[in-house]
Design a protein around this ligand. Structure first.
Ligand code: EPU
Length: 456
């Protein structure tokens, strides 16, 4: 079935049939988790692969695609440009064919920052693009200056007017550009533009995140010529569109979802095997979990066993977020939910975003003792958190609430699930299957009305 709205087909996973906005998660904490849990495909990879498919007019098949609202939004973005997308189970087919326009709609792009990646792909393939400045979680300024400077270095004539980026590139050509900082999104946009530019492009100080490596793997499978994935410099030999072929590619596992599940186990206690993971992408996180006293075993190259006995208390630790291979900012709030219950004082320094501590107030509602000073949160661990009603301010903050709720005494209600639905596939079903006492329940009419003004 061709996708108008990919989450509304009968083949879609049942969990997405639930009302996405008008619901809350109710968790009864302190029930140890046991069993096996499966990691889905990486959100922050699949969205970029879908955007990258625009550089080719051949068929693209992407496997291990998670059922997430963000994937649905990206499918709609491609639809709006004229590409036909079909999602069946965890497979996404972007049918062969050209686009019908090079202007991406504000109503879609404003919902999700990853949709800004169509800019690089459209410029690369069609030499022209009109893309609104992106939206996404409200966790900081989230500029696009590096994307713009980098595209200019490739000969793109680009300017921003009334919130829209206008780009024209009749003479797209290779160049040498050094990013001011290793921005993930800018690295991706520059890659997508340069693979079809004439000549050689060298991109220095690029992001080294595994999702970039996945994008390079995908593009090379399509016929692009990129060297250096995983290092700080990428060398791209431009090819012509006629050299690109159809591609069938499997998305890497989601390292952030994987670590989030591990944090759930560490909060609630228990013994769980996390499957379809890629432990080698998670060194910084595993080191910190172990420092906190967790038992973490790497099982082969695709599973992790995590144990915390209910009688054992986690220990405090200090963390500073950083670019990969440092500790990921996307695990800052989940980690803080653990620090909040650990023995001793932990320090969390956030170096990537300037506004990513909104979860602190909510954790404190649950009995945590956290103070924020600038970009550092000082976390005085308490013996136990207590269940409370809280809301999720962004995707990862929502996960922090779930983790805290699983470890807290009593009931927690987590509101504003639209963020969690953007990035965690079938979250409550997966946690239910390993013994979490968790339920997704519709909001009463009164609750929905009362919350309408405060949540969005
Ligand atoms: N930045 C600039 N100018 C730019 C580009 C970035 O100032 O031109 C700043 C941003 O404002 C931010 C920092 O650089 O403070 C890092 O931004 P980056 O471009 O690296 O991040 P991104 O591409 O916007 C992706 C993920 C984020 C993740 C970051 C860092 C996607 C869709 N998003 O964002 O994921 O936090 O990399 O690893 O891939 C999430 O999944 O919850 C999430 C926010």
């Amino acid at each position: 079935m061709l996708v108008e709205s990919p989450i509304n087909t009968s083949q879609e996973k049942e969990c997405l049939m639930l009302d996405m906005k008008e619901a809350k998660l109710v968790i009864h904490g302190q029930h140890p988790l046991e069993g096996r849990i499966r990691v889905s495909g990486a959100k922050n990879s699949v969205l970029k692969l879908m955007a990258a498919a625009l550089i080719s007019e051949e068929e693209t098949i992407i496997r291990n695609v998670p059922a997430l609202t963000d994937v649905s939004v990206m499918a709609k973005v491609l639809n709006s440009l004229g590409r036909q997308v079909e999602i069946t189970g965890d497979q996404c087919v972007i049918h062969a064919g050209g686009i019908t326009q090079t202007e991406a709609p504000y109503t879609l792009v404003s919902q999700m920052r990853a949709s800004f990646n169509v800019l690089g792909a459209l410029v690369g393939r069609y030499r022209t693009a009109k893309v609104p400045l992106p939206g996404g979680c409200s966790i900081g300024k989230r500029g696009v200056d590096i994307h713009i400077k980098g595209l200019q270095a490739l000969g793109v004539d680009i300017h921003v007017e009334h919130g829209i980026v206008y780009a024209e590139a009749p003479n797209l050509k290779g160049g040498h550009f050094t990013l001011d900082m290793p921005s993930v999104g800018a690295t991706e946009n520059l890659l997508l533009a340069s693979v079809l530019a004439s000549g050689t492009t060298i991109l220095s100080n690029v992001a080294q995140e595994p999702e970039i490596q996945d994008l390079v793997g995908f593009l090379n499978a399509m016929g692009c010529k990129i060297d250096g994935a995983g290092s700080s410099e990428l060398v791209i030999e431009g090819v012509s569109p006629s050299e690109l072929n159809a591609v069938d590619y499997t998305v890497m596992p989601d390292r952030i979802e994987c670590a989030s599940f591990m944090a759930c186990v560490l909060s609630a206690g228990g013994d769980v095997l996390v499957e379809q993971a890629r432990p080698r992408h998670m060194t910084a996180v595993l080191t910190k979990f172990r420092e906190m006293g967790a038992y973490v075993e790497v099982v082969g190259d695709s599973a992790l066993r995590v144990i915390r006995k209910p009688s054992q208390r986690l220990k405090a630790t200090d963390v500073m977020t950083n670019f990969y291979p440092g500790f990921p900012t996307d695990l800052q709030s989940p980690m803080m939910a653990l620090m909040a219950q650990a023995d001793g004082v932990s320090m969390m320094s956030e170096t990537i975003y300037e506004n990513r501590f909104k979860h602190v107030g909510e954790l404190n509602r649950m009995g945590a003792n956290i103070q924020v000073k600038g970009d550092v949160a000082i976390v005085n661990g308490v013996l136990q958190l207590s269940g409370a009603s809280v809301k999720s301010h962004d995707l990862r903050a929502g996960m922090a609430m779930v983790i805290a709720g699983l470890g807290a005494e009593g009931y927690s209600s987590i509101y504003n699930l639209r963020h969690l639905d953007r990035g965690y596939e079938c979250l409550h079903e997966k946690l239910l299957a390993i013994g979490a006492h968790i339920k997704r329940v519709p909001l009463s009419e009164t609750e929905a009305e009362q919350l309408l003004d405060t949540l969005y």
